[in-house]
Ligand binder design. Sequence first.
Ligand SMILES: C[S@@+](CC[C@H](N)C(=O)[O-])C[C@H]1O[C@@H](n2cnc3c(N)ncnc32)[C@H](O)[C@@H]1O
Length: 217
Amino acid sequence: MIEPDFLHTTRTAYDSMAARYAELFANGLADFPLDRAMLSAFADLVRTDGGGPVADLGCGPGHVTSLLHSLGLDASGVDLSAEMIAIARTAHPDLRFEVGSMTALDLDDGRLAGVVARYSIIHTPPERLPQVCAEFHRVLKPGGHLLLSFQAHDDPAELAEPFDHKVALAYRWSPDRVSDLLTETGFTETARLRRAPLEDERQFPHAHLLLSKASTP
Ligand SMILES: C[S@@+](CC[C@H](N)C(=O)[O-])C[C@H]1O[C@@H](n2cnc3c(N)ncnc32)[C@H](O)[C@@H]1O
């Protein structure tokens, strides 16, 4: 199958700067208390519902996968970039990491109790987002939880606004429109956090959406 250009471009870009990206997160999410709070709430919900495998999609160097593991989850990571996966495997040899794409996951239907996608949809062209949401829905079991994080914008008339990202063309998203799309896909929003940018995060707000897949198929 021919790979879409955006996947090739994103992979190549992250392959070339994987080591530098990993250095940025050498402290994990120590500087992101609100992001940690949402990940902790996600982990609580998954555990309360009986646990099960959780995938960190677009895991980069694996710092979030490792945090999910420390929160008691059976967490593994998937990333487009083989360099990111090599770094993640070296840094966290006790955890599983695989190369793959959120657009077509090598996972059975209903396999997962939870999915985290932290800033990994940001290079997905808006017309491809429904395909990614459908993959999240397919791989989650009924009642499974999704935590989706991204740079946000406040114009609900636009699903996405492109911005000039350091790595590759990226999009910030309307939380309302993304939530609507996920609702159409079969999710229900549980909670959301909109936080102000930190000092070195430019001036964009950040959104964290927590949703669950309907319990009855
Ligand atoms: C901004 S980084 C975020 C990394 C990590 N989740 C974090 O929170 O720091 C985006 C990551 O998503 C990965 N990615 C982008 N598109 C992807 C796709 N379609 N499937 C899997 N990974 C993807 C990139 O290779 C990169 O490692």
